[in-house]
Ligand binder design. Sequence first.
Ligand code: ACO
Ligand code: ZN
Length: 281
Amino acid sequence: LREHEEFTKVKNIATIELGRYEIETWYFSPFPPEYNDCSKLFFCEFCLNFMKRKEQLQRHMRKCDLKHPPGDEIYRSGTLSMFEVDGKKNKVYGQNLCYLAKLFLDHKTLYYDVDLFLFYVLCECDDRGCHMVGYFSKEKHSEESYNLACILTLPPYQRKGYGKFLIAFSYELSKKEGKVGTPERPLSDLGMLSYRGYWTRVLLDILKKHKGNISIKELSDMTAIKAEDILSTLQGLELIQYRKGQHVICADPKVLDRLLKAAGRGGLDVDVSKLIWTPYK
Ligand code: ACO
Ligand code: ZN
């Protein structure tokens, strides 16, 4: 399948239907060869099985009994829920999710080894069920301290703060693990913008509270953000000086206020008291 992807990197599927949305795709995704002749695919929004024709989907919806992603609901706050799906226990769902996600992710290689990943699927819930908004994947064991492999907000839900919510969630999991984390590289442009935005807001809030008297190590311990990411963010904000061979945070209150104003809204917050989760073993 990887070879197939290498040799035919032309966009195949132009649109998908998913729940109540018709969505235009962005990139190539290596669906199995029998789908090569389709320009539109119809997804079941719950089990993510995909079909060539609307009638097939309608027939499927009459017998599909899922109303939310498979796996455990580990977070619920208002109408927002997060489900944890183990790629080993729900292989087909994991693969379907990867096919779907690749339509919006450019430079990420698809993982067919979904066994090694957990998928955190964010949903908006109503009386018809839990509708997927976006997700991130996470390796069960990462040697490089990655706490997130791929992140996606489905296009109809973008720019509403869900991306930052997913990023914040990934760091809350890292805090529960007692580890620092960082997203897998490379980041897309939109991924970089979202991470920079998240890191900037989180770090500026703490610097303001501590009046700048805090080290990068302490910031990292408090936020689970990797020290390198903290340093590059603060350097980008011109809050770092290099003195006697050491990086020192220089945070004048007036400068912090100006930067905080420019940093914009914080997005949707994760209410940690509503997260019920223990690290994967
Ligand atoms: N134009 C300019 N800035 C943007 C845009 C855009 N289209 N989209 C997001 N941003 C920036 C903004 O700074 C925004 O904050 P603001 O709205 O307060 O200004 C910030 O990113 C985050 O916005 P959110 O609404 O929280 O994020 P969203 O739900 O749109 O999701 C995401 C961001 C996941 C990156 C989404 O754009 C997406 O799914 N893109 C396609 C897939 C992708 O590129 N994923 C990242 C790959 S890298 C990796 O997976 C490790
Ligand atoms: Zn289904």
